[in-house]
Design a protein around this ligand. Sequence first.
Ligand code: HEM
Length: 245
Amino acid sequence: MNATSVSRGDTARDGRAARIVVWDAPVRLFHWLIVLCFAGAWLTADSEHWRLVHVTFGYTMAGLVAFRLLWGVVGTRHARFSSFVRGPRAALRYLGSIARRRPEHYTGHNPAGALAIVALLVLAVAVTASGWAAYAYLGDSAEDLHEGAANAMLLLVGIHVAGVLVSSWLHRQNLVKAMITGRKPGAAEEGIRRTWRGLALVMLAAVLGFWWLEWQSAPTGLDLAPLAATPTAIVREPGREGDDD
Ligand code: HEM
């Protein structure tokens, strides 16, 4: 990992720092899909009516995290855990550099952000595993664990987003935009060579295919209303077939 006091990057002909690709396409897709899944699962958590949607987002999140753990070992330079996971001492040093208003620069994740990222991934595993246990066995303790882990994750997401905004402001760099485009200003040798767009497309197809299969299996396709209905409400009276559609 490369911390420099200030990175000027290569300078393009117009005098602005050249933009290099830092985040490959699978990392970006993983990120925004996990945001969608967490938000969707959170919003549908308390409703029987949306149970299938909630569970589908949960399984998707588990799959995404499994992919990210693998990609953290075999993925591109800045996606690899070995390139950004550092101990608490490096995180404290980075926070100290912020307090002195001379923030250390990192092309990939900074060490404090990296701690939050690792904790988010661990919590995502805890949330999805406990959710699965609660759904499969209806255990009260698994449900309590599921709720606790989800609340802790929400808190950490708040810290993560605040950290991203503060870091963007301190470094005068739009980090959110970088997580969309994959690009940041920087030296050419710090960039990645392949964006792995094909792999991201396969991921997207797998996720959409999974959602389609899940929602196909709902009693009436995408109309999930019967899931919320009491058993008596979905038993049709003889002789009244078709007159309630
Ligand atoms: C459920 C909510 C969220 C979760 C679970 C989450 C998780 C993560 C994870 C795991 C990473 C590391 C990306 C990787 O290397 O694979 C990351 C990075 C990042 N996230 Fe989030 N995130 C969430 C919400 C958000 C939101 C709402 C924003 C935008 C405001 C955001 C902006 C970013 C940015 C900019 C980075 C890159 C930080 C850097 O440059 O080091 N995240 N997030």
